[in-house]
Design a protein around this ligand. Structure first.
Ligand SMILES: [Zn+2]
Length: 275
């Protein structure tokens, strides 16, 4: 709280907040403990309303148009973040993870539980604007109660997040970005239903049949340019998907990444050329 207070109590920040509140002058911001006390008493929806208003104004003013993917889609990244974790149950909604003990000599699991961690995650939908990201929808990943047979998870939370996103932005052309966890039928289905595009990280283990087909076809039938190789129209359940492999420099090292998408891939619309 003290470090938040120090960070925000800068002249530039104070002036911006004064301007936003319509004050002529503002000497300083309250201590973050005071702000936190206020926030604790506020319903989540109140904060969500403010955020929705801000994002909608930004979109309405059309000042961010340059950041649309292929001049059309807003990139919405979906990702979960850990909020807190505890060694003992903290509330009835905690997620629970048990770590199995391993035999020190053989490295094999003994069947005993070494430790249990109780934790809370939040799933965020963030709109990507160049190097900035703005939160546009939030869903907590948490169990209904202590006795649930199957715990809440990111994909279940995404199904709830989708309802919020669709309600707030029914006509927004969206492209969902996510890690390989999201390369699965429930996410494809949601995107199909909403006519959303998706561009997701893909790992061999994500969907075996697609990985096999891509690996075989990329050698025979794969289209390529100097940066990418791709295979179009790989059949999966009721639809076809496109798979694209590209090398991206991460920490000064060239690494190969595979992505799965329902965006039509052509030489002209190389999605990786986009800002
Ligand atoms: Zn808890």
């Amino acid at each position: 709280m003290t470090s938040m207070t120090d960070k925000f109590n800068k002249q530039e920040c104070i002036e911006n907040i004064a301007k936003a509140l319509g004050y002529d002058t503002l000497e300083e911001l309250p201590h973050y403990d005071t702000i936190n006390n206020f926030l604790c008493n506020l319903k989540n929806e109140e904060l969500e309303n403010i955020r929705d208003y801000m994002i909608k104004q930004l979109l309405k003013k059309r000042s961010l148009e340059d950041y649309r993917l292929l001049n059309k889609y807003w990139c919405i990244a979906i990702d979960a973040t850990g909020l807190f974790s505890f060694s003992e149950r903290h509330c009835e909604h905690c997620l629970k993870k048990e770590f199995k003990e391993k035999d020190k000599k053989t490295g094999e699991k003994t069947g005993n539980i070494e430790k249990t961690v109780y934790y809370h995650n939040v799933l965020e939908a963030k709109i990507i604007i160049g190097e900035m990201v703005f939160s546009i929808a939030t869903e907590f990943v948490e169990n209904e109660d202590e006795n649930v047979s199957k715990q809440d998870c990111e994909i279940k939370a995404f199904k709830r997040l989708e309802i919020k996103l669709k309600k707030q932005y029914p006509h927004l052309p969206i492209c969902i970005l996510g890690d390989s966890l999201y390369a699965c039928e429930p996410v494809f289905k949601i995107c199909d239903k909403n006519k959303w595009k998706f561009l997701l990280r893909f790992k061999e283990g994500s969907i075996k049949s697609i990985a096999e087909e891509f690996n075989a076809l990329k050698l025979i039938d794969g289209k390529r340019n100097e940066k990418c190789v791709w295979v179009r129209d790989v059949a999966y359940n009721e639809r076809t998907v496109n798979v694209i492999e590209t090398e991206i420099v991460v920490d000064d090292k060239k690494t190969s990444f595979v992505f799965i998408t329902n965006i039509p891939i052509t030489i002209k619309n190389d999605v990786f050329n986009n800002k």
